[in-house]
Ligand binder design. Sequence first.
Ligand code: GYE
Length: 352
Amino acid sequence: MSNGKKKKPAAVFALLLVICMIITGCTPATSTIEGAGDIGVHTELIRVGFSQLGAESDWRRANTESIRASLTREAGYQLIFEDAQQKQSNQTMAIRRFIQQGVDYIVVAPMTEQGWDNVLNEAKDAGIPVILVDRQIRVKDPTLFTCHIGSDFRLEGDKVCAWLKKFIKTRGLKPSAVHIADLQGTVGATAQIGRSASLTAAAKRNKWDVVAREDGDFTQAKGKEVTTRILAEFPNVNVLYCENDNMALGAIDAIESSGRRVGSDIENGEILILSFDGVSNEAIEALKQGKIACIGECYPMHGPYVTSAIEMIESGKKPDRESYVTESIYSADSSITQVSVGEKDYSVTIIS
Ligand code: GYE
């Protein structure tokens, strides 16, 4: 039993969803109900509405998979999955539909940090606990969500910047010799805010030259497009700080198509690529080939954390308000084995 509420057969909810869509005239970007069927047999399933922000990257696809793989009917869940296709307004509509369907829990991977007060107040009024995964939100009332599971994006960025600092030192380069372009993730998303803030702070501390900052929306296509523009406008760029691997892969494509090379010989025309995620084989291959110099790992497998948070709430306990996943930093360059952030040392996982 969840939250003392009575469970209804899954098929009734599927029907209610269709009726509600007809009445409101709104169709979810993409919606699937998993664990439905076998009327009357699985009346004790915990119904969870998951609003995923999109499918813009390999990280995102792995994140969706992890949640789907954990919230299965066998594990006692009925998952209603909605993909907002990178539009926060679609997420707001999905959450409203979840409320109308009377789900037991709402899980949200929010697009940006702002704009959640109204819809989450509606969830609160309906007595539905909200669990955030991945990015964070800024709301006036802290009780609008129960807990957050995700990465410490500022720490990820600090580790990658610490790697760059060590690289500059071990190669005997002057700080003024690096000209950095920041290929930013979706502006206003916690992953962008944290990773960009690390670069701003490190550039200030180390007197690095940041020549350009542009939104690449975490996608490969935008990464390529924005890099092409940056290279034409700022030919002196020799370090590209890509806020995810898909943008890095798009950037590599743009650099190679323009006749330039990616690599660590930045004094002789090569462009050094830094990146985040480390989820796709393609990105790891690029790392092994020396095309990406360093990746700050971002761990996407949030599914088991979500089920354990729900189990705690079901048993009347409070899950931790904040759960950060543990993450490493990857490179194929064996000359840098450790980086320091503040007082702490982090070892670099050397991929060969
Ligand atoms: O790094 C990127 C994705 O918020 C952690 O979003 C997530 C980021 C991830 O599109 O690939």
